[in-house]
Design a protein around this ligand. Structure first.
Ligand code: FMN
Length: 357
Protein backbone atom coordinates (compact mmCIF):
# COMPACT_ATOMS: atom_id res chain seq x y z
CA UNK A 1 0.00 0.00 0.00
CA UNK A 2 1.15 3.49 -0.77
CA UNK A 3 2.23 5.59 2.23
CA UNK A 4 0.08 8.46 0.96
CA UNK A 5 -3.01 6.32 1.55
CA UNK A 6 -2.03 5.27 5.05
CA UNK A 7 -3.79 6.90 7.99
CA UNK A 8 -2.07 9.43 10.22
CA UNK A 9 -2.95 8.64 13.78
CA UNK A 10 -1.44 10.24 16.83
CA UNK A 11 -2.71 11.41 20.20
CA UNK A 12 -4.00 14.67 18.77
CA UNK A 13 -5.64 13.73 15.48
CA UNK A 14 -6.74 10.86 13.29
CA UNK A 15 -6.70 11.33 9.52
CA UNK A 16 -7.85 8.64 7.07
CA UNK A 17 -4.97 9.33 4.71
CA UNK A 18 -2.10 11.76 4.14
CA UNK A 19 -3.74 13.64 1.31
CA UNK A 20 -4.67 17.20 2.22
CA UNK A 21 -6.72 19.63 0.20
CA UNK A 22 -4.61 22.80 0.19
CA UNK A 23 -6.22 26.12 1.13
CA UNK A 24 -7.54 27.85 -1.97
CA UNK A 25 -9.41 31.09 -2.20
CA UNK A 26 -11.87 30.47 -5.04
CA UNK A 27 -13.76 33.75 -4.61
CA UNK A 28 -17.24 32.22 -4.40
CA UNK A 29 -18.45 34.23 -1.38
CA UNK A 30 -20.44 37.44 -1.23
CA UNK A 31 -20.15 39.87 1.67
CA UNK A 32 -17.81 37.28 3.13
CA UNK A 33 -20.65 34.73 3.27
CA UNK A 34 -19.89 31.39 1.62
CA UNK A 35 -22.24 30.56 -1.26
CA UNK A 36 -24.43 27.44 -1.50
CA UNK A 37 -22.05 26.10 -4.15
CA UNK A 38 -19.28 26.15 -1.56
CA UNK A 39 -21.26 23.61 0.47
CA UNK A 40 -21.30 21.28 -2.53
CA UNK A 41 -17.65 21.97 -3.38
CA UNK A 42 -16.32 21.00 0.04
CA UNK A 43 -18.69 18.07 0.43
CA UNK A 44 -17.47 16.69 -2.91
CA UNK A 45 -13.90 16.72 -1.58
CA UNK A 46 -14.52 15.26 1.88
CA UNK A 47 -12.57 12.04 1.33
CA UNK A 48 -9.36 14.07 1.72
CA UNK A 49 -7.48 13.21 4.91
CA UNK A 50 -7.88 16.88 5.75
CA UNK A 51 -9.49 19.83 3.99
CA UNK A 52 -8.09 23.29 4.59
CA UNK A 53 -10.55 26.00 3.56
CA UNK A 54 -10.19 29.09 1.41
CA UNK A 55 -8.38 31.74 3.42
CA UNK A 56 -11.05 33.27 5.66
CA UNK A 57 -10.84 36.94 6.56
CA UNK A 58 -10.72 37.51 10.31
CA UNK A 59 -12.13 41.03 10.02
CA UNK A 60 -13.95 43.26 7.55
CA UNK A 61 -10.65 44.67 6.25
CA UNK A 62 -8.81 41.35 6.32
CA UNK A 63 -9.65 39.68 3.00
CA UNK A 64 -7.16 40.45 0.27
CA UNK A 65 -9.32 39.79 -2.74
CA UNK A 66 -12.89 40.37 -3.85
CA UNK A 67 -15.44 37.76 -2.76
CA UNK A 68 -13.16 36.25 -0.12
CA UNK A 69 -15.15 34.46 2.58
CA UNK A 70 -14.87 35.55 6.19
CA UNK A 71 -15.52 34.22 9.67
CA UNK A 72 -16.09 37.36 11.69
CA UNK A 73 -19.90 37.66 11.77
CA UNK A 74 -22.96 35.54 12.43
CA UNK A 75 -24.12 35.20 8.81
CA UNK A 76 -20.70 33.89 7.84
CA UNK A 77 -20.63 31.54 10.83
CA UNK A 78 -24.04 30.12 9.95
CA UNK A 79 -22.92 29.36 6.40
CA UNK A 80 -19.68 27.73 7.56
CA UNK A 81 -21.57 25.63 10.08
CA UNK A 82 -23.50 24.07 7.22
CA UNK A 83 -20.32 23.34 5.25
CA UNK A 84 -18.58 21.78 8.26
CA UNK A 85 -21.63 19.64 9.01
CA UNK A 86 -21.73 18.29 5.44
CA UNK A 87 -18.01 17.45 5.46
CA UNK A 88 -18.30 15.76 8.86
CA UNK A 89 -21.38 13.90 7.63
CA UNK A 90 -19.17 12.29 4.98
CA UNK A 91 -16.50 11.41 7.54
CA UNK A 92 -14.13 14.24 6.55
CA UNK A 93 -12.05 16.65 8.60
CA UNK A 94 -11.81 20.38 7.94
CA UNK A 95 -9.63 23.22 9.24
CA UNK A 96 -10.34 26.92 8.64
CA UNK A 97 -7.45 28.96 7.27
CA UNK A 98 -7.46 32.36 9.00
CA UNK A 99 -5.96 35.40 7.31
CA UNK A 100 -5.49 39.09 7.65
CA UNK A 101 -4.16 40.44 4.41
CA UNK A 102 -2.53 43.57 5.89
CA UNK A 103 -1.14 45.73 3.10
CA UNK A 104 -2.41 43.45 0.29
CA UNK A 105 -5.63 44.82 -1.15
CA UNK A 106 -7.48 48.02 -1.79
CA UNK A 107 -10.00 49.92 0.38
CA UNK A 108 -12.73 49.22 -2.20
CA UNK A 109 -12.31 45.51 -1.44
CA UNK A 110 -11.84 46.02 2.31
CA UNK A 111 -15.28 47.55 2.88
CA UNK A 112 -13.93 51.06 2.43
CA UNK A 113 -11.51 50.63 5.32
CA UNK A 114 -7.83 51.57 5.05
CA UNK A 115 -5.20 48.87 4.73
CA UNK A 116 -3.11 48.27 7.83
CA UNK A 117 0.42 46.90 8.10
CA UNK A 118 3.47 46.84 10.37
CA UNK A 119 4.88 49.78 8.39
CA UNK A 120 3.45 52.26 5.89
CA UNK A 121 5.06 50.62 2.85
CA UNK A 122 2.83 49.82 -0.09
CA UNK A 123 3.14 46.87 -2.45
CA UNK A 124 4.09 47.96 -5.93
CA UNK A 125 1.38 45.90 -7.63
CA UNK A 126 -2.18 46.28 -8.83
CA UNK A 127 -5.27 44.39 -7.72
CA UNK A 128 -8.70 43.75 -9.25
CA UNK A 129 -11.35 45.98 -7.66
CA UNK A 130 -15.18 45.83 -7.67
CA UNK A 131 -15.49 48.11 -10.72
CA UNK A 132 -13.49 45.44 -12.59
CA UNK A 133 -10.43 47.66 -12.99
CA UNK A 134 -6.97 46.93 -11.66
CA UNK A 135 -5.89 49.56 -9.15
CA UNK A 136 -2.54 50.07 -7.44
CA UNK A 137 -2.57 48.63 -3.93
CA UNK A 138 -3.08 51.45 -1.47
CA UNK A 139 -0.49 52.63 1.01
CA UNK A 140 -1.24 50.96 4.36
CA UNK A 141 -1.43 52.72 7.70
CA UNK A 142 1.21 51.65 10.18
CA UNK A 143 -0.52 49.91 13.09
CA UNK A 144 0.13 52.05 16.18
CA UNK A 145 1.64 49.96 18.95
CA UNK A 146 -1.38 50.50 21.18
CA UNK A 147 -3.61 48.97 18.47
CA UNK A 148 -1.66 45.78 17.86
CA UNK A 149 -3.85 43.96 20.36
CA UNK A 150 -6.91 44.66 18.16
CA UNK A 151 -5.54 42.44 15.41
CA UNK A 152 -4.34 39.73 17.77
CA UNK A 153 -7.82 39.76 19.23
CA UNK A 154 -9.36 39.50 15.76
CA UNK A 155 -7.38 36.30 15.09
CA UNK A 156 -8.47 34.94 18.46
CA UNK A 157 -12.15 35.75 17.87
CA UNK A 158 -12.05 34.23 14.40
CA UNK A 159 -10.48 31.05 15.81
CA UNK A 160 -13.16 30.87 18.48
CA UNK A 161 -15.84 31.35 15.81
CA UNK A 162 -14.32 28.56 13.73
CA UNK A 163 -14.28 26.11 16.59
CA UNK A 164 -17.77 27.17 17.65
CA UNK A 165 -19.20 26.26 14.23
CA UNK A 166 -17.51 22.88 14.37
CA UNK A 167 -14.24 23.19 12.45
CA UNK A 168 -11.73 20.57 13.60
CA UNK A 169 -9.14 23.31 13.94
CA UNK A 170 -7.62 26.43 12.43
CA UNK A 171 -4.61 27.12 10.26
CA UNK A 172 -3.05 30.50 10.92
CA UNK A 173 -1.94 31.99 7.61
CA UNK A 174 1.55 33.31 8.27
CA UNK A 175 2.67 32.89 4.67
CA UNK A 176 2.51 34.54 1.22
CA UNK A 177 3.23 38.12 2.27
CA UNK A 178 0.02 38.63 4.27
CA UNK A 179 -0.11 40.50 7.59
CA UNK A 180 1.81 38.05 9.80
CA UNK A 181 4.44 37.52 7.10
CA UNK A 182 4.67 41.32 6.73
CA UNK A 183 5.73 41.48 10.37
CA UNK A 184 8.26 38.67 9.94
CA UNK A 185 10.00 40.15 6.88
CA UNK A 186 12.19 43.24 7.49
CA UNK A 187 11.42 44.54 3.99
CA UNK A 188 7.82 45.23 5.04
CA UNK A 189 8.56 45.82 8.71
CA UNK A 190 10.81 48.76 9.54
CA UNK A 191 9.35 49.35 13.00
CA UNK A 192 11.65 50.50 15.74
CA UNK A 193 9.47 49.30 18.63
CA UNK A 194 9.35 45.78 20.07
CA UNK A 195 7.57 44.48 16.91
CA UNK A 196 10.44 45.30 14.54
CA UNK A 197 14.20 44.91 14.20
CA UNK A 198 15.55 41.73 15.75
CA UNK A 199 14.37 38.23 14.83
CA UNK A 200 12.55 37.98 18.12
CA UNK A 201 10.83 41.32 17.60
CA UNK A 202 9.74 40.58 14.02
CA UNK A 203 8.30 37.27 15.20
CA UNK A 204 6.53 38.80 18.19
CA UNK A 205 3.24 39.51 16.41
CA UNK A 206 3.12 35.94 15.10
CA UNK A 207 3.70 34.47 18.54
CA UNK A 208 1.28 36.77 20.28
CA UNK A 209 -1.36 35.64 17.79
CA UNK A 210 -0.41 31.98 18.20
CA UNK A 211 -0.35 32.16 22.00
CA UNK A 212 -3.80 33.75 22.14
CA UNK A 213 -5.28 31.28 19.68
CA UNK A 214 -3.70 28.28 21.40
CA UNK A 215 -4.88 29.53 24.80
CA UNK A 216 -8.44 29.80 23.54
CA UNK A 217 -8.90 26.77 21.28
CA UNK A 218 -6.14 24.40 22.42
CA UNK A 219 -2.82 23.53 20.78
CA UNK A 220 -4.22 20.37 19.18
CA UNK A 221 -6.53 22.46 17.05
CA UNK A 222 -3.93 24.89 15.74
CA UNK A 223 -1.71 24.63 12.68
CA UNK A 224 0.27 27.28 10.85
CA UNK A 225 1.19 27.96 7.23
CA UNK A 226 4.64 29.38 6.49
CA UNK A 227 6.37 30.18 3.21
CA UNK A 228 10.04 30.65 4.03
CA UNK A 229 12.29 31.90 1.20
CA UNK A 230 9.32 32.68 -1.00
CA UNK A 231 9.42 35.85 -3.08
CA UNK A 232 5.97 37.36 -3.17
CA UNK A 233 4.30 40.79 -3.05
CA UNK A 234 7.61 42.69 -3.05
CA UNK A 235 9.03 40.47 -0.31
CA UNK A 236 12.37 38.99 -1.27
CA UNK A 237 15.06 37.19 0.67
CA UNK A 238 16.89 38.98 3.46
CA UNK A 239 20.05 38.51 5.51
CA UNK A 240 18.69 36.68 8.54
CA UNK A 241 16.01 34.68 6.74
CA UNK A 242 17.26 31.22 7.67
CA UNK A 243 17.90 32.20 11.30
CA UNK A 244 14.46 33.82 11.47
CA UNK A 245 12.75 30.66 10.33
CA UNK A 246 14.81 28.42 12.59
CA UNK A 247 13.79 30.61 15.51
CA UNK A 248 10.13 30.39 14.46
CA UNK A 249 10.29 26.57 14.24
CA UNK A 250 11.92 26.39 17.67
CA UNK A 251 9.23 28.58 19.23
CA UNK A 252 6.43 26.67 17.51
CA UNK A 253 7.80 23.50 19.06
CA UNK A 254 7.68 25.17 22.48
CA UNK A 255 4.07 26.13 21.85
CA UNK A 256 3.33 22.55 20.82
CA UNK A 257 1.01 23.32 17.92
CA UNK A 258 -0.45 20.50 15.83
CA UNK A 259 1.24 21.13 12.53
CA UNK A 260 3.42 23.30 10.35
CA UNK A 261 2.39 23.59 6.73
CA UNK A 262 5.16 24.71 4.38
CA UNK A 263 4.04 26.40 1.19
CA UNK A 264 6.53 25.82 -1.58
CA UNK A 265 6.67 27.60 -4.92
CA UNK A 266 8.34 26.06 -7.92
CA UNK A 267 10.14 28.45 -10.22
CA UNK A 268 12.11 27.17 -13.23
CA UNK A 269 11.87 23.71 -11.73
CA UNK A 270 13.46 24.84 -8.46
CA UNK A 271 11.55 24.76 -5.16
CA UNK A 272 11.56 27.94 -3.04
CA UNK A 273 12.16 25.84 0.09
CA UNK A 274 15.28 23.67 -0.18
CA UNK A 275 14.68 20.05 0.80
CA UNK A 276 17.52 20.38 3.33
CA UNK A 277 15.45 23.00 5.18
CA UNK A 278 12.42 20.70 5.32
CA UNK A 279 14.62 17.86 6.49
CA UNK A 280 16.19 20.02 9.23
CA UNK A 281 12.79 21.32 10.31
CA UNK A 282 12.29 17.93 11.99
CA UNK A 283 15.13 18.75 14.37
CA UNK A 284 13.21 21.75 15.61
CA UNK A 285 9.60 20.70 15.30
CA UNK A 286 8.48 17.26 16.41
CA UNK A 287 4.79 17.30 15.56
CA UNK A 288 3.16 17.05 12.11
CA UNK A 289 4.89 18.60 9.09
CA UNK A 290 2.96 19.18 5.89
CA UNK A 291 4.11 20.49 2.53
CA UNK A 292 2.36 21.85 -0.56
CA UNK A 293 3.45 23.14 -3.91
CA UNK A 294 3.89 21.39 -7.22
CA UNK A 295 3.46 17.82 -6.03
CA UNK A 296 2.38 14.93 -8.21
CA UNK A 297 1.12 11.74 -6.63
CA UNK A 298 4.53 10.22 -7.34
CA UNK A 299 6.62 13.01 -5.81
CA UNK A 300 4.26 13.20 -2.84
CA UNK A 301 4.73 9.50 -2.21
CA UNK A 302 8.50 9.94 -2.44
CA UNK A 303 8.71 12.78 0.08
CA UNK A 304 6.45 10.84 2.46
CA UNK A 305 8.56 7.69 2.06
CA UNK A 306 11.69 9.73 2.79
CA UNK A 307 9.94 10.81 6.01
CA UNK A 308 10.69 14.47 5.40
CA UNK A 309 7.00 15.26 5.90
CA UNK A 310 3.87 13.57 7.29
CA UNK A 311 1.25 15.06 4.97
CA UNK A 312 1.18 16.46 1.44
CA UNK A 313 -1.34 19.09 0.38
CA UNK A 314 -2.57 19.33 -3.20
CA UNK A 315 -3.99 22.54 -4.60
CA UNK A 316 -4.77 22.56 -8.31
CA UNK A 317 -5.22 18.79 -8.47
CA UNK A 318 -8.00 19.17 -5.92
CA UNK A 319 -9.71 21.77 -8.07
CA UNK A 320 -10.17 19.29 -10.92
CA UNK A 321 -10.32 15.98 -9.00
CA UNK A 322 -12.96 16.05 -6.26
CA UNK A 323 -12.34 12.31 -5.80
CA UNK A 324 -8.54 12.64 -5.73
CA UNK A 325 -8.23 10.06 -2.94
CA UNK A 326 -10.28 7.46 -4.81
CA UNK A 327 -8.34 8.11 -8.03
CA UNK A 328 -5.07 7.57 -6.18
CA UNK A 329 -6.46 4.38 -4.65
CA UNK A 330 -7.32 3.06 -8.11
CA UNK A 331 -4.31 4.50 -9.95
CA UNK A 332 -6.80 6.28 -12.17
CA UNK A 333 -5.85 9.18 -14.46
CA UNK A 334 -6.12 12.66 -12.98
CA UNK A 335 -8.10 15.44 -14.64
CA UNK A 336 -6.42 18.71 -15.58
CA UNK A 337 -7.69 21.95 -14.08
CA UNK A 338 -8.88 24.99 -16.02
CA UNK A 339 -7.20 28.16 -14.80
CA UNK A 340 -9.83 30.38 -16.40
CA UNK A 341 -12.40 29.29 -13.82
CA UNK A 342 -10.24 29.47 -10.68
CA UNK A 343 -11.84 32.77 -9.64
CA UNK A 344 -14.70 32.80 -12.10
CA UNK A 345 -17.44 33.25 -9.50
CA UNK A 346 -19.88 30.76 -10.98
CA UNK A 347 -20.44 27.03 -10.54
CA UNK A 348 -18.54 26.37 -13.77
CA UNK A 349 -15.11 24.97 -13.03
CA UNK A 350 -16.08 24.78 -9.38
CA UNK A 351 -18.56 22.01 -8.64
CA UNK A 352 -18.87 20.47 -12.11
CA UNK A 353 -15.62 18.48 -12.33
CA UNK A 354 -16.85 14.89 -12.72
CA UNK A 355 -15.96 12.09 -10.35
CA UNK A 356 -14.38 8.93 -11.68
CA UNK A 357 -15.51 6.96 -8.62
C1 FMN B 1 -6.88 29.13 -7.04
C2 FMN B 1 -5.87 29.12 -5.92
C3 FMN B 1 -6.15 29.79 -4.75
C4 FMN B 1 -5.25 29.75 -3.67
N1 FMN B 1 -5.58 30.35 -2.49
C5 FMN B 1 -4.80 30.15 -1.40
C6 FMN B 1 -5.24 30.57 -0.12
O1 FMN B 1 -6.36 31.06 0.07
N2 FMN B 1 -4.40 30.38 0.92
C7 FMN B 1 -3.16 29.80 0.78
O2 FMN B 1 -2.42 29.65 1.75
N3 FMN B 1 -2.74 29.36 -0.43
C8 FMN B 1 -3.53 29.49 -1.49
N4 FMN B 1 -3.16 28.96 -2.70
C9 FMN B 1 -1.92 28.16 -2.79
C10 FMN B 1 -2.25 26.66 -2.61
O3 FMN B 1 -2.65 26.38 -1.28
C11 FMN B 1 -1.04 25.76 -2.95
O4 FMN B 1 0.00 26.03 -2.07
C12 FMN B 1 -0.59 25.98 -4.38
O5 FMN B 1 -1.68 25.83 -5.27
C13 FMN B 1 0.52 25.01 -4.78
O6 FMN B 1 0.07 23.70 -4.73
P1 FMN B 1 -0.29 22.89 -6.10
O7 FMN B 1 0.94 22.92 -6.93
O8 FMN B 1 -0.65 21.52 -5.60
O9 FMN B 1 -1.43 23.60 -6.75
C14 FMN B 1 -4.02 29.03 -3.80
C15 FMN B 1 -3.74 28.39 -5.01
C16 FMN B 1 -4.64 28.41 -6.05
C17 FMN B 1 -4.32 27.66 -7.32
Amino acid sequence: MKKILSPLINEQIKLHNRIVMAPMNRRRASNGIPSESMVTYYKQRSSAGLIITDNLAISSNGGAYMDTPGIYNDDQKRAWKKIVKEVHGKGGKIFAQLVHSGRIGHPSIQNGEPLIAPSAISVNETILTPDQTYQPMAKPLEIPIEQIHIWINAFKEAALNAVEVGFDGVEIHAAHGFLIDQFINPLSNIRTDKYGGSIENRSRFLFEVMQEVVAKVGKNKVGIRLSPFREIYDLTSYAEELATHEYILEQLQKLGVLYIHFSNAISNGKPSIPISFIHNARQYFKNIIMIAGGFTVQTAEEILQAQHVDLVAFGKLYISNPDLVERIEHNAPLAKWNEDTFYHGSEEGYIDYPRAF
